[in-house]
Design a protein around this ligand. Structure first.
Ligand SMILES: [Zn+2]
Length: 496
């Protein structure tokens, strides 16, 4: 597995910076052209070499006015991006194939056509791909991709930090960039030119930085909440500062965007009145994106830090982590509407998924993904759909109150090895299965409260939540397990 490292330029002078900006800008036009011409079905089955040869032959390349190596690398990079977007769409199409075809052979043929990119001649696959793979547009104008044999690194005598010499717009003239690190970047570089400095992104093998911290020994399930990064099946909350972080940012964005909209309205009015000078002036001075983008990057990196720290804390305990498949969209985009907070929370799911995969791999723990349908609604005590009130989950059968995320994590743990509910069981079917199980053991149970030694007597109610010490109404894991193992377990319920 590869991980990205970033080195930054240190006191880069203005002349060099503006040269790099110009180069990145010209390469941006190349990138946009690649996306425009090959970012859809037209680009399927075409390699970057074919594009390169064609553009060299028909004179397209001359208009770029950058060195040949620079635009060729950009074409390669853009084609790789296009391929990645295409592959992402295939995940959804594969699922649709499974539903559409019923014999093994038909399915196999369709999967193969999808994989070999020969789907363009198949009407069904073509329609699906066009539906899930929208034509992309590139507006990136601040990147320069430099191949490993096109740059060199060096140090000056008496100086620890590394310098990086990259090609300029003129042949045989290099631009030397002082970096803020003593580690020389390697492999293909991606220079991102912004905020008066250059970011040097490069990939290194994760094996080279294998963590010395070992993982734990337990088997732990995690549930993604809204106010914290994760809650584990032992009831511990990890990364609780995430909720505040998201709320603050969402409030900030709400007022900020409202004010920007108001300024935009003033511009619009000025333009309609014919005062273009005023409109241009406001657009240039009051609607900039530099500070906004800088703030966004800072916010993103804070969220990432909180998330990765939380996942590390889970891996400290766990050898085997069970989690829901967070990359699966389960809320439709439309329903999120204008609610920034929920949108941000949804966005953090991707980061959590990334952190779970990477940290597990680096520290040697196993990660199992399970179907998460209804895990946040089932009361672990009686295995029935409970009633959710805020972050509480009420069991309608025995009256227990659970902290919803803790209950979710316990249910996720139960899903591992569930004989009926696999990762891809549709949620409607999951609901049906849960309903059947509940009905089956409800008929076997004695009438509630009829016996003094009933389950209720066993409930250690209202224990302190191990994470925050508050009375969060969730019982510690051990108690929950002992009850789950009590007589109410249906026979086909998997034992851990
Ligand atoms: Zn119950």
């Amino acid at each position: 597995m590869k991980v990205t490292r970033i080195a930054y330029s240190n006191n880069l002078n203005r002349a060099k910076y503006s040269q790099l900006v110009e180069q990145a800008h010209r390469l941006g036009a190349v990138r946009a052209l690649v996306w425009r011409r090959f970012g859809s079905i037209n680009g399927v089955g075409i390699s970057d070499r074919q594009i390169r040869d064609q553009w060299l032959a028909d004179g397209t390349a001359e208009a770029f006015s950058v060195l040949a190596n620079a635009w060729k690398e950009t074409v390669r990079d853009a084609m790789a991006d296009i391929k990645a977007s295409r592959e992402a769409a295939k995940v959804l199409v594969r699922k649709a194939i499974h539903h559409h075809y019923h014999t093994q052979k038909e399915r196999r043929d369709a999967y193969a056509a999808l994989k070999r990119d020969t789907w363009t001649s198949d009407a069904f696959l073509c329609r699906l791909m066009r539906k899930h793979w929208r034509h992309g547009v590139s507006r990136t104008v601040n990147q320069i991709v430099v191949r490993s044999d096109q740059y060199r690194t060096f140090t000056l005598p008496g100086e620890g930090n590394v310098w990086l010499a990259v090609p300029s717009l003129a042949r045989r003239k290099m631009i030397s960039i002082p970096l803020n690190t003593t580690v020389a970047p390697t492999g293909t570089l991606r220079l991102i030119v912004r905020d008066m400095r250059v970011e040097v992104h490069y990939a290194i093998d994760a094996a080279d930085l294998r963590e010395l911290r070992p993982c734990g020994t337990a088997k732990i399930a995690v549930d993604k909440g809204y106010s914290e990064v994760l809650t584990d099946s032992e009831g511990t909350h990890h990364g609780q500062e995430l909720g505040d972080l998201l709320r603050t940012e969402s409030d900030y964005l709400k007022t900020k965007n409202a004010r920007r909209a108001r300024i935009r309205a003033v511009i619009e009015r000025a333009r309609n009145a014919g005062d273009h000078a005023k409109a241009d002036r406001i657009a240039a001075n009051n609607l900039g994106t530099i500070k906004r983008d800088r703030r966004h990057r800072r916010f993103t990196s804070r969220v990432r830090t909180v998330t990765f720290t939380a996942v590390h804390a889970v891996v400290d305990k766990a050898k085997h982590i069970i989690a829901e498949d967070l990359t699966r969209p389960f809320v439709s985009r439309k329903r999120l509407g204008k609610d920034t907070n929920r949108r941000l929370a949804t966005w953090t799911k991707g980061i959590t998924a990334e952190a779970l995969t990477h940290v597990s791999e680096r520290r040697g723990s196993a990660l199992t993904l399970v179907n998460a349908a209804y895990t946040s609604q089932v009361a672990p005590c009686c295995q029935i759909l409970g009633k959710r009130l805020g972050d509480r989950l009420h069991c309608t059968q025995c009256g227990d109150v659970w902290q919803a995320d803790h209950a979710g994590a316990i249910n996720v743990l139960e899903r591992d090895g569930d004989p009926d509910i696999s990762l891809h069981t549709p949620h409607t079917r999951v609901r049906q299965i849960l309903q059947e199980r509940a009905d089956r053991h409800r008929t076997r149970l004695p009438v509630q409260d009829s016996s003094p030694t009933g389950r209720r007597a066993n409930h250690p109610m209202r224990a302190n939540c191990p994470a925050n010490g508050k009375q969060c109404a969730a019982r510690p894991m051990s108690a929950a397990r002992s009850i789950a193992n009590f007589s109410i377990r249906p026979d086909n319920w998997p034992r851990q």
